[in-house]
Structures are given as structure tokens and as C-alpha cells.
Design a protein around this ligand. Structure first.
Ligand SMILES: CC(C)(COP(=O)(O)OP(=O)(O)OC[C@H]1O[C@@H](n2cnc3c(N)ncnc32)[C@H](O)[C@@H]1OP(=O)(O)O)[C@@H](O)C(=O)NCCC(=O)NCCS
Length: 190
């Protein structure tokens, strides 16, 4: 991977993102096309990452405090940390992992969160069944434990994590999110 472009997801691009999401059922839950379209419609931000040839490399969907609550984990963050934007899901293609794309997605989201007066980012990571890779990734980005709960929908034990948006926003390479007029950004080499 020599570079990538981050931009908000257009409706026509949703099927490709959903396919990527559903290949990672477990770390993130699989969704129907209808559920994914609803999630994107309600999203604070839905971002895709593509390489120079247009191949999809990653996705992130984040939810704010407008619109319906999408499940108990979004509800927990909303109730306990209204200052935070909630990361509903992040997935990076295995071949593109470990090259800074996850960090770039968080940087872009953090910048957008600060622009909207949100000072923190929140998410959950599975403890049972465990997702040690995601725990290590989030710890590296400055996330700290904020609580635990068992998801009544599927019995998974999750740990809630929280991080200040400002240090993450300082990593942002996707300045398109700072300006509504600019909907794409140059490839971000790393
Ligand atoms: C978790 C995930 C999003 C990380 O994305 P990524 O693009 O590989 O992460 P980055 O390359 O931006 O890594 C950022 C930092 O986290 C660290 N990190 C990432 N994955 C790690 C791992 N498995 N173990 C230890 N550290 C890790 C990196 O080393 C890097 O720190 P460094 O720059 O000091 O080396 C990606 O592995 C993924 O999509 N996993 C499958 C789906 C998933 O689990 N999603 C999260 C659900 S909660």
C-alpha cells in the first residue's frame, strides 16, 4: 500500500463497504443491507478508505447524539459520555493492516468531532470472545478503559474505551472533513 484516500461514503459505495464489514463478522457484527443503509443514514460520519486504484481498504462508521440509538453500546456511550462521538465500527482489510490506516481514520474522525464540539471518542472492544489486536490498537491510540458490560443481544462481554479527541485530531491527514466544501483529499502516503 503506497497511499490511501479517505472520504465520506456515497450511497452507491455502501454495498462494497458492507461486504468488507461482513467479512469481519465477529470483531464487528454482520449487518443486512437495510441495517447498514440505516446506520450510514444516521451516522455522524461514515468514511471509506481507497487505494490509488480504487480498491476499498477500510471503513469507519461513527454515531453521534442525534437520531436513534443503535444498540446498547451506542446507548451506553451516549448515556455516560455525551461529550463523545461513538465509533460503531472500524475495519481495515487484512492486507492493509499495520500501515497506519486505522490511525488515519481515527484522526479524521477526531478532527470532525472537535469541529462539532465533541471532545472525546468512545467505542467498545470485545473481551469475550477476546479481540486483543483491537485492544492493543486502541491502547496505542490513547484509549483508556471506561467500563464493561455484557451485550444482551449476543452475550459478548465488551470493554468501553474513551480517548480525548484533540491528540488524535493532531494526527489528522484528511483535512477534507474540516471543510464541508471539500469532499476529498489527496492520497496520504505513509
Ligand atoms: C484494529 C484495526 C482497525 C487496526 O487498524 P490498522 O490500520 O491495522 O492500525 P494502524 O496500522 O493504524 O496501527 C496504529 C497503531 O496501533 C498498533 N497496532 C495495530 N494493530 C495492532 C496489533 N494487532 N497488535 C499490536 N499493536 C497494533 C500499530 O502498531 C500502530 O502503532 P505504532 O505506529 O506505534 O506501530 C485492524 O486491525 C482491523 O480492522 N481489525 C479487524 C476488525 C476489528 O477488530 N475492528 C475493531 C473492532 S473493536
Amino acid at each position: 500500500m503506497t497511499g490511501f484516500t479517505l472520504r465520506p461514503v456515497a450511497p452507491a459505495e455502501q454495498p462494497a463497504l458492507l461486504a468488507l464489514n461482513n467479512r469481519h463478522d465477529g470483531p464487528v457484527n454482520a449487518l443486512t443491507p437495510e441495517a447498514f443503509a440505516g446506520l450510514c443514514a444516521d451516522a455522524f460520519l461514515a468514511i471509506g478508505a481507497w487505494d490509488a486504484d480504487g480498491a476499498l481498504l477500510g471503513l469507519m462508521v461513527a454515531l453521534g447524539d442525534a437520531g436513534p440509538v443503535h444498540g446498547p453500546n451506542h446507548g451506553w456511550i451516549r448515556a455516560h459520555h455525551p461529550e463523545a462521538v461513538y465509533i460503531d465500527r472500524i475495519v481495515v482489510e487484512p492486507a492493509a493492516q499495520g500501515q497506519g490506516l486505522g490511525r488515519a481514520l481515527y484522526g479524521a474522525l477526531a478532527a470532525a468531532a472537535l469541529d462539532q464540539g465533541k471532545t472525546a471518542l468512545g467505542c467498545e472492544v470485545n473481551l469475550d470472545p477476546p479481540n486483543p489486536e483491537s485492544l492493543a490498537f486502541h491502547a496505542r491510540l490513547g484509549f483508556a478503559p471506561a467500563g464493561e458490560a455484557r451485550d444482551p443481544r449476543n452475550g459478548k462481554l465488551v470493554r468501553y474505551l474513551l480517548a480525548d479527541a484533540a491528540p488524535l485530531a493532531a494526527l489528522n491527514t484528511a483535512h477534507f472533513l474540516r471543510s464541508p466544501a471539500k469532499r476529498s483529499c489527496p492520497a496520504a502516503p505513509r
